[in-house]
Structure formats: C-alpha cells, structure tokens
Design a protein around this ligand. Sequence first.
Ligand SMILES: Cc1cc2nc3c(=O)[nH]c(=O)nc-3n(C[C@H](O)[C@H](O)[C@H](O)COP(=O)(O)O)c2cc1C
Length: 168
Amino acid sequence: MKKGIIILGSSNSNGDTYKAASFVSQQMNYSIIDLKTKNISEFDYEFKNRDDDFHPLIREIVNQYDFIIFATPVYWYTMSGILKTFLDRISDCLKIEKETGRKLRGMEMAVLSCGSDKQLKNGFHMPFVETSKYLGMKYIADVHCWVENDTLPDVVETKLKDFINQIQ
Ligand SMILES: Cc1cc2nc3c(=O)[nH]c(=O)nc-3n(C[C@H](O)[C@H](O)[C@H](O)COP(=O)(O)O)c2cc1C
C-alpha cells in the first residue's frame, strides 16, 4: 500500500474540495494537509521567506510519503492561488533545498479538482502534468468533482471510487 498524503489548496478549509478530499482520505486512510492553515508566502528570488512553513512541510512530505494528491477547487478555470503558491515554492527545492528536490523524483502524484461546473476546460491538468515531468514525478490520475446541496452526488462518489482504484 502506498503511503500518500492529500494536499488541500482551498480557500475554504471545510468547503466542497474538502468534502471530496475527505471521501478519498477516509477510503484510503490518507491524511489531509490544509495549506490554508500554513504560512507559505509567494516565491521569492532572494529566498527571504525561507523560514516560513514551506521548507518543513515539503521535507515532511518527501520524507514520509511516496504519493501526493493535490486537491484544488477550480477558481477562474485553474487551480487555486493557494495551491499555485505551494507549487511555485517547489522552485526553492531546485535552488536551496536541493536534497529535498531530489527526493521528489520518482514520487507519484494525482489531482482532485472541485468546481461548480461538471466539466473542466481543456488544459486544466497541463500545469500538473508538466510539473510532474519536470520534477521526475509520475502523474497517475485525476478526478473532477462537484457538490450539490452540500453533499457529493452519487455520480461523483462513483467517480471518486474509480479514481481510488486507479491510484491504489
Ligand atoms: C474565485 C472563484 C472562482 C471560481 N471559478 C470557477 C470556475 O472557473 N469554474 C468552476 O467550475 N467553478 C468556479 N468556481 C466555483 C468553485 O469552484 C466551486 O464552488 C467549488 O466547489 C468551491 O470549492 P471550495 O469550497 O473548496 O472553495 C469559482 C469559485 C470562486 C470562489
């Protein structure tokens, strides 16, 4: 069994993306790291933010897990700003946290998205696919979800079960 972690990048810690992420978390026994509770600032070319929460968090992830599920709402057709900031900071691992960066190689990733639309626009997954290639990670699967009346509809639960089967 892979040891995985869900990285939640929503502006709402208990929102729709959390609901879908929780379904996966419960079925797979994966923990959720809520980026909203972390102090992670935007990429800085001078690395003046090196003492914020990013470096301890990414070290914990590469040292304890071999599979990452990025869980993001769709905000303006793309991933959330919180998650984009986290991905931007992975650039630190190419410059000043190189040992950590090397450990990303060979790790697996998947993407869980949640939007009000049932379909994503073309290209939504491209930044994840290309980032995984650049970092030497393996892109395994993705799933798109939505919530109706505050609950995951049956069709979304079925999609999530298929997703779980793909990533196990
Ligand atoms: C700033 C913002 C932008 C949004 N843009 C989109 C969008 O482009 N496409 C879409 O399907 N839903 C869009 N939505 C709706 C959210 O993706 C949807 O409500 C989602 O379930 C929210 O998840 P959350 O509770 O984790 O934030 C947007 C919502 C917000 C707040």
